[in-house]
Structures are given as structure tokens and as C-alpha cells.
Design a protein around this ligand. Structure first.
Ligand code: ATP
Length: 755
């Protein structure tokens, strides 16, 4: 990668003369280390002094060796470690005025006036209180002769920034908290394992997951595995749920399923506030249905293990944003919390978020459950809505009959999560009264007539399956348009949902072109982005990219670990992604790479040379290994072999090299929880959009469907720009890609060097 011009990017930001302390508090969460690492490196990068505070607030109260200056190398090799390396604790002393006075003294002694707190709402409340009391505390310290007036003046303002580390995702104001995605990974690993044994013995499993006050983990894991029933504190079941649940379980069995999964949040309650425990649920199933039923309580497993790629990236980005926030605060800026909104890091007033979080609990205590769900936020509501939509099949007699036929197909290379999207589309389509048709092998299967109706049960268990169960091909439709139109007529297809990557987009554009000659294509056309390369314009993410990233990160972790014994070794790793550098650059960010070579950012021999020099220098430090990621098409001449040979030659006597081409392992494997849910949710939305368009056209009695090439991508609809007067549709596509890579690079630039 070319040497990033970081200096220019942060031209006006300097941390010179500032001291920042970082601590982790409350319950630990995977990804906290990545946040600590980002704060340390970003802080040092802008010229500030950074301190670790060990053991949370207790370390701040006790001082001494608990507060230590951090060096660049001190945070090496901690990205992949779960929990928190600097320790966390619950601290009674910090709740007292005396404790906070001691803490203030310890900070002032070291000239620290910037505090980065990673923890839950309790920890952030404590931090805010500390900030509010700060001037009073300093005055007391002066009175007690512990500090002089000059120090009190110099350190008169304390700046606070918070990041939420909590596996429960129970904090209002952020779409995700650090640790939640990793906890979901742990849960889904267990669910996948349990499903095979449950299947063999025709068992019902009751799985209890963490969440004393928040049902996020339970809800999202239920969505990710297609559980039969879920119980969460925010939305207790209606009275009489016991009977309904048993009916649902036996209905699933009668449709041929050999297992049932019920997910119970630790804090699940009924409408009257009475706890619903996993053992109550088990006894109920045994008594009413006589099913062989087992309980699995996951407990602390959910907090353990290595952080997922998402958590590493989220925490790294938040850590950088936190330092930027500290550099930009003035004495009057209120304490802020760094949050995730959509795919952006944002800063929100800390106490407003804390208060809103507390309101959720209040709403639950007052049995205002709908309000509790609303307060949890958009993403929570959306998950709940989608779960309800998919989990409960209405009896045939209650289903509407639309007389519309909708076809769904996969195009391009397989991507994990495609099957979850198909399942969701089929089930939502059936619930809306359509006849759903599945097409095998993309447009190749289409023109050959490989089309058949699919029913609700046909897609049972698809969420957790990798690859493409429908079969997928790269064939574009233009060449076979006549035959495809014929099949459209034969099956009377009224709408088309295409799930795939860039080829899917091209397919839709070709069908759109064909509209002027074939009425058959004047129907709602819709695409869902599904490709590990994440190169579809108009969306931040594609289905499958998260699973591929996790595969890359997992392999990089192993490779890095293998180097810990040998030392002085540099690994060159080639990733997929075509011409898109997403996997290489974001994978590099999550795995802690030294450099990532990508197509979007041209590099030359001077860049390669300077990276070799950097690695040579690095080998003199305590971190004696290097990791280089190279996107497969980053440069046609500087191939992986070339880079390997160049590094081997130039590093001779200092380090030796190994290379690894990751290849198709990036496409395979079970989908990550994110890809299962992302596929499920956007497919549900796509079907709702299709239904809306079908109904609108029918009502308008136009005789044909609107000639509008709607493309459904992520959470926004994209209309062809040229219809709005912009003739540069193609250039817009290219721009979309560039913008994507720009966002990615902004992140990467911060980390790639000198790790
Ligand atoms: P989790 O979500 O894992 O429970 P949390 O940050 O909410 O994390 P708490 O136990 O509530 O966990 O808080 C952690 C620490 O933060 C406490 O032990 C205490 O030291 C400090 N703290 C919490 N609330 C306050 C408060 N109101 N005033 C001062 N300090 C507080």
C-alpha cells in the first residue's frame, strides 16, 4: 500500500502536551482490547501521552503501579485476545466521595485530564459524576495541601469520553456495543452444534442466554437460527403463551422437523413480571408434549473467546473516534459517548444516552413493554418485527391470496447468508399470499426452466447453511433473454428477487434494458447484495462479507501465533475480493496487519521498499513478526509471488518470508450471525417492497407494472440516476466503489503502519 498521508489528515489535530488515561470497567467484553489498543496508538500517533489504568476505577483510586504509561508496543498482539488485558473490576470505593478524591489526586499527579472509559452504563455514569465533581475535588485537594493552586489551575477541566463495552447490547444510542457480536458468535456456535445432536435424537433444546434486563442476544440468536420460540424481558408473551408455544412446537414436528429450539433470555418474564426460567419451559414441554427436552445454559462462555472481526473493527474505530473527541473537546463540551449509527461512528451526549437506557428499565418495571421495545431503538424493533414475521406460519385459511408469483434466484459466486435470505424471502412471500418459485443455478437454470414452487417447510433450517442451496451461476441473462422471457410467461412470474453480487446488478440492468422489447420484464425487479467482495455500490455491506472477514481474521490469528515461536518472520497473505480492497484492508485492520496492498490505492516499488525497511526496523523491537495482506487483483505485476520474492530478498539476514493464498476458504463455512440476520432482514424488507409495488400497480390498473428499475440495496432504494436527469449511471457505479474504498481506507490509514 502506498504510504498513507496521515499527517495531512490529522494536520490540525495535536495531542502534544496532553495525557490520556484509558480504563475498562464493569463486566468484560470481547473487543475491549481492540478499543484500548486503538486509544493507545491513536493517542501516541497524535503526540499525546497515554496511560493504562489497570483494574478499572479501583486502579484509579489505588494509583501506584495501577496507572502506567503505555507504549506503542505495549498493545501489540492484543487484538485477538478476549476479555480485557488491563483488567476490569467493580469498585465500591469509586462510588464514594473519598474514593473519587483519591482518584482525582492520582490523575492530577500525572497530569492526566483526559479519560477514556470503556464499560457499561454504570461505569459511564460514574465517569460523568467524576467530571461534574472535578473542580470541587481539585479545590479539596488544594485545601488538603495535596496539590498546589498552580496544578489546580492547569488541570482545571476533566474531559471524558465513553465507549460501551457490553455483550448485552443494552445501551441506548448505539446500534451495537463492543462485545455483542462476539457473544452472538459464541451462541450460534453452540446452537449449530446442538442442532445436529437434537436432529439425531428428535429433541427439543431450551437454550438460556445472557441478558438479565435486555433480550437482544436472545432475540438475535433466535433470528439467526430460526428458533421456534423466544422469550425476552422487553416483550413478555401474552397470557396463555404456554399452550400456544406447545401448539407451535408440535406443528413444527408435524411438518417433518426433527427438532425444536427455544431460546430464553436470562431475565425473561411473563406479563405479570414473574420469571420464566429455562427449567420452567422445559417442564412445560415435557408435561404437555412429552418431547425429549434438554436445557443448555450458556453462561460465561458468551463472554469468552476471541473477538469477532466486527468487534475488532467496531472497537478500533470507536477508539480512534474517542481520541479525536478528546482532542476536540473544550471545557464546556459535555461528556460524550462514541456510538455506532448505521455504519458510522458518532458522538452523542453521554448522560442523555445513560438516562434513556435507564428509562427502558423503568418502562419494563411499569409493564409498558411496547415503550421498552421502542426505547431500545430502531434495530431492536426491526429484529423483533422480522422474528415475528418469520417464526409463526399462519394457517392456510388465514393467509391472504394475492395471485402473484414471485421468483427468487442466486447469481454469481456463493456467499454465506444467501440461504438465510432465500428462506426469509420465501416465508415472507408466502405470508403475504404470493406463490414463491425458486430458480436453480441462476439465469442459466432460469432459461433451462429449472423453476419450481417452494413451500414454507422447504426452506426450514436454511439460515445456518453456508454456500448457495439453490445453486448459483455467473451467467448473465442478455444472451438468453428470449428463453428467459418464455419461462417468465410459462410460470407467470410477476416479480423477481435476485440475490448476488456485482453480476446480480448487471443482470438487473440487462433485464431493465430488455423491458422495451419484453413486457415480461416490466415487473418489480429487486436485488439483494450478496458477495464476499463487498463491491456492490450503494450499500455499505453485502451478505457474506462478514463471514469472509471472520475467516480471514481467524487464519491471520493462527498464522501470527505460529510466528510467535519462530520470530523474524513476515507473512504475505493473499485475499479474494476481485478489484475491491474491502477484504484485504478491513481484514488487515481486524488482524493487525503491517500493510495491505489494494487496487484502489496504487502502490509502486518505492512503497514496497519502504515497507520492507519498516519491517526491518520492526524486527529490532520486541514484535518480531510481520503480516502483509494483498488483495488478489491489487496489481497485475506486483503479484503475491513477486512481493514474496522481493521481501525475501530484501529482508535476507533479518527476516524470512512465508506466503499464503487463502482462496476459497473465504467463501465457505457457516454464515456468521451477522450474515444470517442481515440476509434475513433485508430479504424480508425486499419482499415487503415487492408486495407494495405489486399492489400499487394492481390498484392503479395500469395493465402492466411500472417501468422503474428499482434496485433494492441495503436499506435504501436506488433509482437509476439517469431517470433523474443524470446521464452518468455508469460513472455513478464507479463512484460508488470509490466512495466505499475511501471509507475503508480512512480506517486503514490509521492502523496499517508500524503495528
Ligand atoms: P455492566 O454492563 O457489565 O454491568 P457497568 O459499567 O454498568 O457494566 P457497574 O457495575 O454498574 O457496571 O459499574 C461499574 C463500576 O462503575 C462500579 O463498580 C463503580 O465503580 C462505577 N460506578 C457505577 N455507577 C456509579 C455511580 N453512580 N457513581 C460512581 N461510580 C459508579
Amino acid at each position: 500500500m502506498a504510504q498513507p498521508d496521515n499527517k495531512k489528515f490529522f494536520e490540525n489535530l495535536t495531542g502534544a502536551g496532553k495525557s490520556i488515561a484509558v480504563l475498562t470497567s464493569g463486566g468484560d467484553a470481547q473487543g475491549m482490547n481492540a478499543a484500548v489498543r486503538a486509544v493507545v496508538r491513536m493517542g501516541i500517533y497524535v503526540g499525546a501521552k497515554v496511560y493504562f489504568v489497570h483494574e478499572g476505577y479501583q486502579g484509579m483510586v489505588d494509583g501506584g503501579d495501577n496507572i502506567k504509561e503505555a507504549k506503542w508496543e505495549s498493545v501489540s498482539s492484543m487484538l485477538q485476545v478476549g476479555g480485557t488485558v488491563i483488567g476490569s473490576a467493580r469498585c465500591k470505593d469509586f462510588r464514594t466521595h473519598e474514593g473519587r478524591l483519591k482518584a482525582a489526586h492520582n490523575l492530577v499527579k500525572r497530569g492526566i485530564t483526559n479519560l477514556c472509559v470503556i464499560g457499561g452504563d454504570g461505569s459511564l455514569t460514574g465517569a460523568n459524576l467524576f467530571r461534574e465533581e472535578w473542580s470541587g475535588l481539585l479545590a479539596e485537594l488544594v485545601q488538603q495541601d495535596l496539590i498546589d493552586e498552580e496544578a489546580a489551575q492547569k488541570y482545571s477541566a476533566l474531559h471524558i469520553v465513553g465507549m460501551v463495552g457490553s455483550i448485552d447490547n443494552d445501551f441506548c444510542g448505539t446500534d451495537m456495543t463492543i462485545g455483542t457480536d462476539s457473544a452472538l458468535h459464541r451462541i450460534i456456535e453452540v446452537v449449530d452444534a446442538i442442532m445436529t445432536t437434537a436432529q439425531s435424537h428428535q429433541r427439543t433444546f431450551v437454550l438460556e442466554v445472557m441478558g438479565r434486563h435486555c433480550g437482544y442476544l436472545a432475540l438475535v440468536s433466535a433470528l439467526a437460527c430460526g428458533a421456534d420460540w423466544v422469550l425476552i424481558p422487553e416483550m413478555p408473551p401474552e397470557d396463555g403463551w404456554e399452550e400456544k408455544m406447545c401448539q407451535k412446537l408440535s406443528a413444527t414436528r408435524s411438518r417433518g422437523s426433527r427438532l425444536n429450539i427455544i431460546i430464553v433470555a436470562e431475565g425473561a418474564i411473563d406479563r405479570h413480571g414473574k420469571a420464566i426460567t429455562s427449567s420452567i419451559v422445559k417442564d412445560l414441554v415435557v408435561q404437555c408434549l412429552g418431547f425429549d427436552t434438554r436445557v443448555t445454559i450458556l453462561g460465561h462462555v458468551q463472554r469468552g473467546g476471541t473477538p469477532s472481526a466486527f468487534d475488532r473493527i467496531l472497537a478500533s474505530r470507536m477508539g480512534v473516534e474517542a481520541v479525536l473527541a478528546l482532542l476536540e473537546t473544550t471545557a464546556n463540551t459535555p461528556a460524550c459517548v462514541v456510538s455506532l449509527c448505521g455504519n458510522q461512528s458518532v458522538r452523542l451526549p453521554l448522560m442523555e444516552c445513560v438516562q434513556m437506557t435507564q428509562q427502558v428499565q423503568k418502562a419494563m418495571d411499569e409493564k409498558k413493554f411496547e415503550e421498552a421495545v421502542r426505547l431500545r431503538g430502531r434495530s431492536f424493533e426491526n429484529n423483533l418485527r422480522t422474528y415475528k414475521l418469520l417464526a409463526h406460519r399462519k394457517p392456510e385459511s388465514e393467509l391472504p391470496h394475492s395471485n402473484y408469483n414471485v421468483a427468487v434466484l442466486n447469481v454469481g459466486a456463493p456467499a454465506a447468508g444467501m440461504n438465510a435470505a432465500v428462506r426469509s424471502a420465501v416465508r415472507v412471500g408466502i405470508s403475504e399470499g404470493h406463490k414463491m418459485f425458486a430458480v436453480s443455478d441462476g439465469f442459466e437454470g432460469f432459461y433451462k426452466g429449472q423453476i419450481k414452487e417452494v413451500k414454507w417447510a422447504d426452506v426450514g433450517g436454511w439460515t445456518g447453511q453456508g454456500g448457495s442451496l439453490l445453486g448459483t451461476k455467473r451467467t448473465l441473462p442478455a444472451k438468453y433473454i428470449e428463453k428467459i422471457a418464455e419461462q417468465m410467461r410459462k410460470y407467470n412470474i410477476n416479480a423477481l428477487l435476485v440475490i448476488g453480487g456485482f453480476e446480480a446488478l448487471e443482470c438487473l440492468l440487462q433485464l431493465n434494458e430488455a423491458r422495451s422489447h419484453y413486457e415480461e420484464f416490466c415487473i418489480p425487479l429487486c436485488m439483494l447484495p450478496a458477495t464476499i467482495s463487498n463491491n456492490v455500490p450503494g450499500t455499505d455491506l453485502s451478505i457474506g462479507a462478514d463471514t469472509a472477514l471472520n475467516a480471514i481474521v481467524e487464519t491471520c490469528d493462527r498464522i501470527k501465533q505460529s510466528a510467535s515461536g519462530t520470530k523474524h518472520r513476515v507473512f504475505i497473505i493473499e485475499t479474494m475480493g476481485g478489484y475491491c480492497g474491502y477484504l484485504a484492508s478491513v481484514g488487515g485492520l481486524a488482524a493487525g496487519a503491517d500493510a495491505a496492498y489494494i487496487y484502489e490505492e496504487p502502490f509502486d516499488i518505492r512503497d514496497l521498499q519502504s515497507n520492507v525497511e519498516h519491517l526491518t526496523e520492526k524486527m529490532k523491537t520486541s514484535i518480531q513478526r510481520g503480516l502483509i495482506l494483498r488483495n488478489e487483483n491489487s496489481n497485475e505485476n506486483y503479484t503475491t509471488d513477486f512481493i514474496y520474492q522481493l521481501y525475501s530478498e530484501e529482508g535476507r539476514g533479518v527476516f524470512d518470508c512465508r506466503k499464503n493464498v487463502l482462496g476459497h476458504m473465504q467463501q465457505g463455512g457457516a454464515p456468521s450471525p451477522f450474515d444470517r440476520n442481515f440476509g434475513t432482514k433485508i430479504a424480508a424488507k425486499a419482499m415487503q417492497w415487492i408486495t407494495k409495488k405489486l399492489n400499487e400497480s394492481y390498484r392503479q390498473d395500469e395493465g402492466r407494472f411500472p417501468f422503474t428499475p428499482w434496485l433494492r440495496i441495503n436499506n435504501c432504494f436506488w433509482r437509476r440516476k439517469d431517470e433523474e436527469g443524470d446521464p452518468h449511471w455508469d460513472s455513478w457505479l464507479v463512484k460508488g466503489c470509490r466512495e466505499l474504498s475511501h471509507v475503508v481506507l480512512m480506517n486503514v490509514k490509521l492502523y496499517i503502519q508500524h503495528l
